[in-house]
Design a protein around this ligand. Structure first.
Ligand SMILES: O=C(O)CCC(=O)C(=O)O
Ligand SMILES: [Fe+2]
Length: 260
């Protein structure tokens, strides 16, 4: 069985070193995002690219219009209200149960060292997998013209691993203000300006093998349309702070086309 230290570039990213953990913690506190380049070893990245390409034909593609809070447009409300404006998202998704049990992703996802690193850096008490068989680890595919519209996540934090970037477009854009979920605060005017493209936003185009952590529930973010013929492929590693959490049946139907 592979050891975590053979899957990630431990020399660059010593996940159980206190000094390194604190450095990452400071970085996410000051930049609102943590980008760890060359996180995966070349062997691990190659294996995940093969797995992603082999599974691509099994992806379930969904296309939906939604608001920035991932709700449906409400015709009884003002259509210009920033919380009622529709954006479009379309992508393909391969759920966890289609991955080989021996996938290197399962090893990374379940590794005590990795989970402990995440807990420390993201200030979390616990990290548990989803209790449904689909939602914990997902491959996401963005083909030409596919995108993820501006949104806030339902989960407080997001963990992604870039596997293949688009040749053009398919960039991750974000702003690190606009909402404080815990204080029930949302800055509609600021959000409106973003939706109207009046504010300069942060942009990253992660290279394959990069791990990204960010607070998606408070930071508006999107993936711009992939304008190349090469699919953008990205893994989301999804955890919960509470044990026994399932993704809602509605969300499972939307993203995976089935509930189990
Ligand atoms: O694909 C990305 O880089 C971000 C994905 C994302 O925002 C999401 O799945 O909610
Ligand atoms: Fe998101």
């Amino acid at each position: 069985m592979n050891n975590l230290k053979e899957l990630i570039n431990y020399n660059l990213h010593p996940l159980d070193n206190l000094e390194y953990i604190n450095q990452c913690k400071e970085e996410i506190m000051s930049n609102s995002i943590l980008i760890l380049n060359h996180f995966l070893t070349k062997e691990c990245l190659d294996a995940l690219i093969s797995e992603a390409i082999q599974l691509e034909e099994k992806a379930f593609y969904c296309s939906q219009n939604h608001t920035i809070l991932l709700n449906k447009y409400d015709p009884t409300k003002d259509k210009d209200d920033p919380l009622n404006i529709e954006v479009k998202s379309d992508k393909g998704c391969v759920p966890h149960d289609l991955l080989d049990k021996k996938s290197k992703l399962n090893i990374i996802y379940n590794s005590k060292i990795f989970k402990n690193f995440l807990k420390e850096v993201l200030n979390l008490n616990n990290l548990y997998p989803y209790s449904d068989p689909l939602s914990s680890i997902n491959y996401n595919y963005y083909k030409k013209n596919q995108q993820l519209g501006w949104h806030f996540d339902n989960a407080s934090f997001a963990i992604t691993l870039m596997i293949q970037s688009a040749d053009s477009g398919g960039e991750f854009e974000y702003v690190s203000k606009g909402r404080d979920y815990n204080k029930n605060y949302i800055d509609k005017l600021f959000i409106k300006k973003i939706l109207e493209n009046c504010i300069k936003v942060n942009k990253i185009n992660a290279d394959p093998g990069t791990l990204v952590l960010f607070y998606g529930r408070n930071y508006l973010h999107r993936v711009t349309p992939n304008s190349s013929d090469k699919s953008r492929i990205l893994i989301t590693l999804n955890y919960n702070e509470e044990e026994g959490t399932q993704l809602s049946e509605n969300a499972r139907l939307t993203f995976f086309g089935r509930i189990s």
